[in-house]
Design a protein around this ligand. Structure first.
Ligand code: LLP
Length: 418
């Protein structure tokens, strides 16, 4: 079970002590709202579960990279998992510690490598032979030594959606154990590479811990093989992936159960343990608020047209993902079954189908579990300004990203000069 900061009182939806109807009226819609306390609690749940075990909980920045979210975690001493130079710039701007940053991703550019080396990050999670050679030559040109892990692909089935499954050998991520052995030998002999650890990430929204344990067991067995060759690793990074409850039947394991499962599999290895959770920290600490524009009927089918759309939250359209949608004010009227759709001109523009809701035009609805892969995947499709982002802390609330204006959208564009 996930604990969420969302609750109802006298029919009204609240996040922490803040009335979400008032937030919608004050800041306008669509807007994302995040709970600062909830985000802190979830990061601490991972951190505390490690107890005396040397560890670093590296928040996966891609999940929700708002500066105020990163700041909240940086203040707790969080590490960060980044996948671009842009994400590194955000972490530094939010007060994050570069020496706690790991850099994942299959296509790091030379410029990104230089930026990360100059910033003094903890480790590059290298995903291919070509990347290893590129990193070595970039480090050499700067007369520096790049700290590395190899991302291995343990070939286990994480039993999640195909688009977010990464640990099978047919996926583009990481290298096989066989190739990793050759590359570790190469790196150990290089003057510009420093072997630090080993890394893997098998997929996202995992509700079953067994594949993670299986992956950890395989990685540790490989680490012991490296040990016998005199190649010592200082850390094992098991990636992210812990799922959350999008619906009651999901029953996601707690961070504590997840950490314990990893430690059980890793116990004999004397290494610092890194994890890169994203969704499990922010997912259930965010909602998307939207206003009902109108209701319409088509041949017996009912639609609720709202002011948020697939450009604001693409998960339902892209992954057929199911997210709970609720009335912000439950007026105790009889609910109607509606497809909740946005104004974008695509049949795929829906946020939920056959939902039981009572809201009428100008009322507000909330899409729950929207803190992860929500705003960060939003776009300006149909020339729609991206939503505002609001952060709640107890009874306080602040705008942490202004709603975009049409000028913002057209900045940088020019008419053709005839
Ligand atoms: N580390 C690496 C190397 C990753 O690729 C990811 C996510 C994470 C950590 C964080 O995983 P998490 O703890 O959040 O499961 N857009 C999709 C999810 C894509 C996940 C990509 N990688 C969605 O909306 O479901």
């Amino acid at each position: 079970m996930n604990v969420t900061p969302i609750h109802r009182h006298n029919g009204m939806l609240y996040m922490d002590h803040v009335n979400l109807q008032q937030i919608a009226e004050h800041y306008g819609t669509p807007c994302y709202v995040y709970s600062r306390q909830g985000i802190r609690q979830r990061w601490l749940a991972f951190d505390n579960a490690f107890a005396q075990q040397p560890h670093l909980v590296c928040y996966a920045v891609k999940t929700n990279s708002n500066l105020a979210v990163l700041q909240t975690l940086a203040q707790l001493g969080a590490g960060f998992d980044i996948v671009s130079g842009g994400e590194l710039a955000r972490v530094l701007k939010a007060g994050g510690d570069a020496s706690k940053v790991v850099f994942s991703g299959v296509g790091k550019s030379e410029a990104e490598m230089r930026f990360a080396l100059a910033s003094g990050i903890k480790c590059f999670n290298v995903e291919s032979e070509a990347e290893l050679y590129r990193l070595e030559s970039v480090a050499k040109a700067l007369n520096m030594v790049a700290p590395i892990s190899l991302r291995v692909n343990p070939d286990v089935d994480p039993k999640t959606h195909a688009y977010i499954s990464t640990g099978l050998k047919e996926n583009k991520f990481g290298v096989s154990f066989k190739q990793a052995l050759t590359l570790y030998r190469y790196a150990a002999a290089s003057a510009h590479l420093m072997v630090q650890g080993i890394d893997c990430h098998i997929g996202s929204q995992l509700l079953d811990l067994a594949p993670l344990q299986e992956a950890a067991t395989r990685v540790v067995a490989f680490q012991q093989q490296l040990n016998t060759e005199g190649i010592r690793l200082h850390h094992i990074d098991m990636g992210g992936g812990l799922g959350i409850d999008y619906q009651d039947s999901d029953q996601a394991p707690t961070p504590a159960a997840y950490v314990q499962a990893l430690l059980d599999a890793i116990q004999q290895a004397d290494m610092e343990v890194l994890v890169e959770p994203g969704r499990a920290i922010v997912g259930n600490n965010g909602v998307l608020l939207s206003k009902v524009e109108l209701l319409k009927e088509n041949e017996g089918k009912s639609f609720m047209v709202i002011d948020a759309a697939m450009n604001d939250l693409i998960r339902p359209a892209l992954y057929d993902a199911w997210q709970s949608i609720v009335d912000v004010y439950d007026n105790a009227q009889v609910a109607q079954s509606v497809d909740v759709v946005g104004p974008v001109c695509e049949t795929g523009d829906f946020l939920g189908k056959s939902r039981q809701l009572t809201s009428q035009p100008n009322d507000y609805i909330a899409v729950l579990s929207a803190g992860a892969y929500g705003f960060v995947m939003s776009s300006n499709y149909n020339t729609r300004p991206r939503a505002a982002e609001i952060m709640v802390d107890g009874a306080q609330h602040q705008c942490v990203r202004a709603r975009e204006t049409l000028e913002d959208l057209m900045r940088g564009e020019r008419l053709f000069n005839e």
